[in-house]
Design a protein around this ligand. Structure first.
Ligand code: UDP
Length: 242
């Protein structure tokens, strides 16, 4: 498979159709593979957080989420062709899974949100079996209970929406303990599926301006976003041999 290095994170450069096929294959293997969708924030954080870097490195699928990653890959002279926002990948995958009645477990977000997301997803993908949900604010000592709850359903897919870097590290630490086909780390996706948070309109997304739309809707994200051009400077520095 074609993997492209962007500042230490190795991305799989594939389109969404190939990604869905690969994911369906992982589900059949049932060894609890996991997918990550790093955005510039995760790429930058991986350079400082060794646990996050190791969790991303061990992932079975690494998809580029965010225009910043694409621009950085171009600056580095090894362009990634396909940007796949994690939520688009998960939606395409669930559409495919609904054709064959596969099971999804939703893990993450504030209490009540995963239930709501489950209801909305069942309406959108009638053939999909939402086999269980759990919020993302459980204590470390309750982790085993969460694992038991998931394993009792033996889902084909687990959406792990605990925010970065928690979700990537959780997937790496728990993959071997889970009876599931595939996990995907998806950040705030359950909030979007539940309708609690609105996604940017299609035009904004096409222009790669989803980040700006989110910033306008949630100005408190400025503290996180102000660091993002850092990925371009880091790529430039690497390219000129710094
Ligand atoms: N979250 C969680 N458990 C935690 C911390 C966060 O379930 O301990 C959830 C939070 O409620 C939100 C998601 O993780 O639904 C993170 O959303 P954010 O918008 O920060 O993620 P992004 O999409 O930007 O990666």
């Amino acid at each position: 498979m074609n993997r492209i290095d962007v500042l230490g994170v190795e991305f799989d450069d594939m389109d969404i159709v190939e990604a869905v096929e690969l994911a369906m294959g992982f589900m059949d293997e049932r060894r609890c593979a996991y997918a990550v969708t790093p955005n510039p924030e995760i790429v930058l954080a991986s350079r400082k957080n060794r646990k996050l870097a190791s969790a991303v490195r061990a992932a079975d699928m690494v998809l580029a989420d965010g225009v910043g990653v694409i621009y950085a890959s171009r600056i580095l002279g090894t362009p990634i062709k396909n940007r796949i926002p994690g939520i688009d990948f998960a939606s395409a995958l669930m559409a495919r899974m609904s054709e064959c009645g596969k099971k999804v477990f939703l893990l993450g977000a504030k209490p009540g949100v995963a239930e709501l997301a489950g209801e909305r997803l069942s309406e959108r993908y009638p053939g999909l079996d939402i086999c269980g949900v759990n919020d993302g604010y459980f204590e470390e000592e309750d982790n085993e209970l969460v694992l038991e709850k998931i394993n009792a359903q033996s889902p084909d897919l687990v959406l792990v929406c605990l925010g970065a870097p928690k979700q990537e590290i959780w997937m790496k630490n728990n993959a071997e303990l889970l009876n599931a086909g595939l996990m995907i780390g998806l950040g705030g996706a359950l909030d979007v599926y539940a309708g609690v948070v609105e996604r940017a309109p299609r035009k904004w997304r096409k222009l790669g301006l989803e980040w700006l739309y989110r910033l306008i809707r949630e100005p408190r994200r400025i503290k996180r976003m102000i660091k993002l051009p850092g990925i371009l400077f880091a790529a430039l520095w690497r390219r000129i041999g710094g």
